[in-house]
Ligand binder design. Structure first.
Ligand code: NI
Length: 176
């Protein structure tokens, strides 16, 4: 296993639209293992392959307290979405920034698991937020792009001022 480098916003590579995975093979399973190690070390609760500069449709999540319930979504697609919820989000690619984002409250997602087996999951609340946040990454969209232009400019200024000095992701807040 290996710790992967996480791209930082506004790195242009974060705007890449990820390609579908044709075959879930050992290469994809190695990517998932490395992503999981990277996510747990950060620490974060979700990670998209885009964030580690691999532009394939793979996301992982673990919102459990014990960090023992890794969710793997390969080629995820939303088949239903309803309701509206505003929840504070953060992102491992935008360290130290937490903002409320409006998303669907309930979703149904179809994906392949790490064995390449299709499954469908209904999610709501925190889990639904995380899945939508990570799926955005696969479309080349970082959550700050869902904020007003003013807020986004403030965030960019803050990141620029901070420069290369890393902000630690805060435990207990949602870093995806
Ligand atoms: Ni993120």
């Amino acid at each position: 296993m290996a710790l992967l480098h996480i791209l930082r916003y506004p790195d242009p590579r974060l705007y890449t639209v990820a390609a579908r995975v044709d075959r879930v093979d050992h290469r994809i399973r190695k990517l998932i293992k490395d992503m999981a190690e990277t996510m747990y070390a950060a620490p974060g609760v979700g990670l998209a392959a885009t964030q580690v500069d691999t532009h394939l449709r793979v996301i992982i999540l673990d919102i459990s307290e014990a960090h023992d319930q890794l969710g793997v979504f390969i080629n995820p697609e939303l088949t239903a979405a309803s309701g509206v919820a505003d929840r504070e989000e953060g992102c491992l690619s935008v360290p130290g920034v937490y903002e409320k984002v409006r998303r669907a409250e309930r979703i149904t997602v179809r994906a392949l698991d790490a064995q390449g087996k299709p499954y469908t999951l209904e999610a709501e609340g925190l889990l639904a937020v995380c899945i939508q946040h990570e799926m955005d990454h696969l479309e080349g969209r970082v959550f700050v792009e869902r904020l007003s232009r003013l807020k986004r400019q403030r965030i960019l200024a803050k990141l620029k001022k901070r420069g290369r000095r890393a902000a630690e992701p805060e435990a207990r807040r949602l870093a995806l």
